[in-house]
Design a protein around this ligand. Structure first.
Ligand SMILES: C[S@@+](CC[C@H](N)C(=O)[O-])C[C@H]1O[C@@H](n2cnc3c(N)ncnc32)[C@H](O)[C@@H]1O
Length: 204
């Protein structure tokens, strides 16, 4: 959540067997499901639900997160499923991706102050090879009034416009608010996410 440092995330991961679902995020699965496997980067991967899913489809995945506890769990899940994922413990606001680039980059439910978020989106865009696809998903700002869950600080919540504005070199293929039904106190409610899919031109 917003304003939570690596130690805070470590404590959160240590307190529960599985903080997020074992399955990939539904929008990540929708956007990448039909793509041929290549090299993928998951920024702020947490326990690696998206990274592990991609690896299971044959992608060569690098997963970066600053929580050593989250990464440790991701490594354990990868070993249990006999999957090969390169997990890296690093702060994504300062991490430099390898120069040979990625065919896919995922940023899911990362919430940072605006300057830091823009820097991470710049890193995500720079990490793409020509033709590469970026999928971004996170709690939308309208979630505070019309949805459920996620951080309640508008500064760290997303809008499609804010995200696409931080990706000037990419072609935007999808930028919208999407609804995700969740169970809250035995009731089904809709969480509202920002979803952006963007590609680097195949010409570089
Ligand atoms: C809500 S979780 C989402 C995890 C994963 N993307 C998913 O969808 O399951 C947010 C993650 O962002 C990580 N995170 C937050 N700030 C970070 C930073 N500056 N550098 C690296 N990881 C960060 C946290 O450790 C946490 O694992």
């Amino acid at each position: 959540m917003a304003g939570v440092d690596a130690q805070g995330w470590d404590a959160r991961y240590a307190a529960a067997e599985m903080v997020w679902s074992a399955e990939p995020n539904r929008f990540v699965a929708e956007e990448f499901g039909g793509l041929p496997p290549g090299r993928a980067l998951d920024l702020a991967a947490g326990e690696g639900r998206n990274a592990l899913w991609l690896a299971g489809l044959g992608w060569d995945v690098t997963a970066v997160d600053f929580s050593a506890a989250g990464v440790e769990r991701g490594r354990r899940l990868a070993a249990e499923r006999s999957l090969d994922v390169e997990f890296v413990v690093a702060d994504v606001t300062a991490w430099t991706p390898p120069e040979d680039g990625f065919d896919a980059v995922v940023v899911a439910y990362l919430h940072l102050p605006p300057d830091e978020m823009a820097a991470v989106l710049g890193t995500a865009a720079a990490a793409l090879r020509p033709g590469g696809v970026l999928v971004f998903v996170g709690h939308d700002r309208t979630n505070i009034t019309d949805g459920v869950g996620g951080p309640q600080d508008p500064d760290v919540l997303h809008t499609p416009e804010k995200v696409t504005g931080a990706l000037p070199g990419l072609t935007i293929q999808r930028a919208e608010r999407v609804r995700r039904p969740v169970e809250v106190d035995g009731e089904t409610r809709d969480a509202i996410d920002t979803l952006v899919r963007a590609v680097r031109s195949p010409l570089g």
